[in-house]
Ligand binder design. Structure first.
Ligand SMILES: Nc1nc2c(ncn2[C@@H]2O[C@H](COP(=O)(O)OP(=O)(O)O)[C@@H](O)[C@H]2O)c(=O)[nH]1
Ligand SMILES: [Mg+2]
Ligand SMILES: [Zn+2]
Length: 353
């Protein structure tokens, strides 16, 4: 199994592997996810299918995703079947798009996430806050990347807005490679990084720079044959020359949160800290006497937009919690009736993000 170490295999995964029944199976990592088919590395690369059990009977959250370690049966016919998923060390989740309250795992076993913002019309602190919330709920370390630095003459006007997050910020121009070394420094050998951000921010251009070769098509390239905007349609995991691993993803248009309000307080710790200083422990910060949050807003030490984001996300998470509770009740009723399987676990196995 030593040959799997460059792919991110650790003793932790080995211990988990030992607890599965893997007779005749081989550990492998999912390195490309096309929705219906997967590529796995053993470290040799092959195309693999899901076993009937995984494809049809498993809860959708257990379906292997990019970055997962799996147990595969390699047949001499070249027909490879994934039988099991090794329990994850981490996952990047979100709520599926639309109304249903279902968790969707976007990538597994990620150690560090780069949230990309472009220094043009794309720049949105609000969007960044949503990503940062989700990463904190998922216990994954974030780094902010400000790409397309060539497009601004006033970098400070952007970076001052981001100081509140107290996170590392890397400034890059992906097209020239400027700042790429800085990113590389954060991806230690054997560790898995992911690029997150909306379509067009430069994820694939940066991926190509880090790889030192043209592995991913970028928008300009495809614009020439006018096949549309979203160039990266699948998720892929690359081994970097420096020994780290990197997942490029398609753009995420809408990140619906999946987590709890406690995670929110971890993320907006400046607001949580203020709230603890309010005169009343159950202060709703809507006009009570001795409210430290209101006071900070009035003084301008708490940014109003930042606080508004907090409130909006809090509301969204309260809604999520309520819908989850309703769903849990329904589930309990159904299993009491002896119905084993829930339709919502099954109906969007192949949904993309
Ligand atoms: N001016 C400028 N353009 C960039 C930069 N990085 C990427 N681009 C361009 O932005 C477009 C989208 O890049 P791409 O890597 O496909 O974005 P992705 O959708 O996030 O993968 C392409 O035309 C790139 O050439 C940059 O740093 N500066
Ligand atoms: Mg791309
Ligand atoms: Zn208050």
């Amino acid at each position: 199994m030593e040959q799997l170490v460059p792919l991110g295999w650790t003793d932790e995964f080995y211990q988990k592997w030992l607890r599965l029944s893997t007779e005749g199976l081989q550990p492998a990592r999912v390195v490309a996810d096309f929705g219906t088919s997967l590529k796995i590395a053993t470290p040799g690369i092959c195309t693999a299918e899901l076993s009937g059990k995984l494809a049809h009977y498993s809860n959708r959250q257990n379906v292997p995703k990019i970055g997962d370690w799996v147990a595969a049966r390699l047949a001499s016919s070249g027909h490879t079947v994934i039988e099991e998923v090794v329990p994850r060390r981490s996952e990047i989740a979100r709520k599926v798009a639309g109304k249903r309250t279902v968790k969707q795992v976007m990538a597994a076993n990620v150690d560090i996430a780069f949230v990309l913002l472009a220094l043009d019309d794309d720049f949105s602190v609000k969007r960044l806050e949503r990503f940062l919330y989700q990463l904190s709920a998922d216990n994954i370390d974030p780094v902010i990347v400000l790409n397309k630095a060539d497009k601004t003459k006033d970098l400070a006007s952007y970076t001052t807005q981001l100081q509140v997050f107290k996170l590392p910020i890397i400034v890059t121009t992906a097209t020239t490679g400027s700042g790429v070394d800085e990113i590389m420094k954060y991806i230690r050998p054997g560790k898995t990084a992911i690029f997150l951000g909306s379509s067009g921010v430069g994820k694939s251009t940066l991926t190509n720079q880090l790889l030192g070769r043209h592995a991913q098509d970028t928008q300009a390239v495809r614009a020439a044959d006018s096949t549309g905007k979203h160039t990266t349609v699948h998720r892929e995991l690359f081994m970097l020359p420096g020994g780290g691993l990197l997942i490029d993803t398609p753009g995420i248009r809408e990140l619906q949160l999946w987590g709890t309000q406690d995670d929110l307080d971890d993320n907006f710790d400046d607001i949580a800290l203020l709230a603890r200083q309010c005169q009343y422990a159950n202060c709703s910060h809507s006009g009570e006497a001795g409210c430290a949050v209101r006071e900070a807003l009035n003084r301008g030490t708490l940014n109003a937009a930042h606080y508004a984001s907090y409130l909006k996300m809090q509301q969204e998470l309260a809604g999520l919690k309520a819908r989850n509770a309703v769903q849990q009740q329904k589930k309990n009723k159904r299993s009491a009736k002896g119905l084993r399987r829930q339709s919502e676990d099954m109906d969007d196995l192949s949904e993309q993000f």
